[in-house]
Design a binder for this molecule. Structure first.
Ligand code: G
Ligand code: G
Ligand code: MN
Ligand code: NA
Length: 254
């Protein structure tokens, strides 16, 4: 089995690829305002293939733009359905550095938004620091056009990549997602907590909202709330789930 040989068929099939959604909670209100869309691949003979395995391979290939186009289209279709049910959510979509080089990503996105009656503010793109720092004129230009058009940008896996603080100041992002490798160790002690508190303060002072990723316990939730973190995502709140389950989950959550 070779990922790049089988992926084109997955793109064409209506059964193999799917999205799951992991909700995000706002601390001050307790409300669920957004969810992260995550891609899943169920191979016809091999079953579930780990995204950590196939996504990096597909992303480094000529299918990177097809993968992202598939995810964006299906995310927008879900938002359209939920809007019609009166459920207003924002979806976070992961992009890779390669996607920032696509000349038509912006136009295709806005065609879809118009077609499905979804507002720009209902879309957030997540990019790792390293992807954002691939500072080509074209990438920066796209990021600026997206934010000016009302799309939100999040810096994903914050703290794990190549981050230049000088450069961070220039990025047109709205949100910083602190990577779960900083969150989990906070149960160990003071130093680990001070580190995260400093990251939150730094992000706030640069004007970003802060999301903590990988929150798995109520103890961590309490510490992060006391530290002034804005939003939380993680197994303590909910695991990623299919769209139908998310609707049931939201009803129970209310
Ligand atoms: O879904 P899971 O948490 O197992 O994801 C594993 C990795 O795959 C994460 O780094 C996540 O960001 C990435 N990932 C999941 N879905 C997508 C997607 O639609 N596009 C891209 N580029 N990455 C994704
Ligand atoms: O790189 P990115 O942040 O996009 O990765 C998202 C991945 O993190 C998804 O694969 C999701 O399944 C995983 N994830 C989400 N919440 C938790 C959590 O609380 N603990 C762990 N270990 N993984 C999580
Ligand atoms: Mn992400
Ligand atoms: Na992340």
């Amino acid at each position: 089995f070779q990922i790049l040989e089988d992926f084109p068929a997955a793109l064409e099939s209506h059964e193999q690829l799917s999205l799951v959604f992991q909700p995000r909670m706002t601390f001050v209100t307790g409300e669920i305002e957004s969810a992260e869309a995550l891609l899943r691949w169920t191979h016809p003979t091999l079953g579930a293939i780990s995204p950590a395995e196939f996504i990096p391979i597909v992303e480094a290939s000529c299918y990177a733009r097809h993968l992202t186009a598939w995810v964006i289209e299906h995310a927008v279709r879900h938002l359209h359905q939920w809007n019609r049910l009166g459920i207003r959510l924002r979806l976070s979509i992961n992009l890779s550095a390669f996607n920032l080089q696509e000349p038509d990503l912006f136009d295709r996105l806005f065609l879809l938004l118009r077609k499905f009656g979804v507002e720009a503010g209902q879309i957030e793109f997540e990019l790792t620091e390293t992807a954002m720092m691939k500072e080509t004129e074209r990438a920066l230009d796209l990021l600026h056009r997206l934010t000016q058009a009302g799309i939100r940008l999040a810096i994903d896996d914050f703290g794990t990549g190549y981050s230049s603080l000088a450069y961070m100041q220039k990025l047109p992002a709205d949100v910083v997602k602190i990577d779960r490798c900083f969150i989990k160790p906070m149960i160990k002690g003071e130093r680990e907590q001070v580190l995260v508190r400093s990251m939150i303060d730094l992000a706030h002072s640069l004007g970003y909202q802060v999301v903590a990723e990988g929150v798995e316990s109520v103890e961590l939730r309490d510490v992060l709330q006391a530290q002034g973190c804005d939003e939380l995502q993680g197994y303590w709140l909910a695991k990623p789930m299919p769209g139908r389950e998310l609707l049931d989950w939201l009803t129970r959550y209310d």
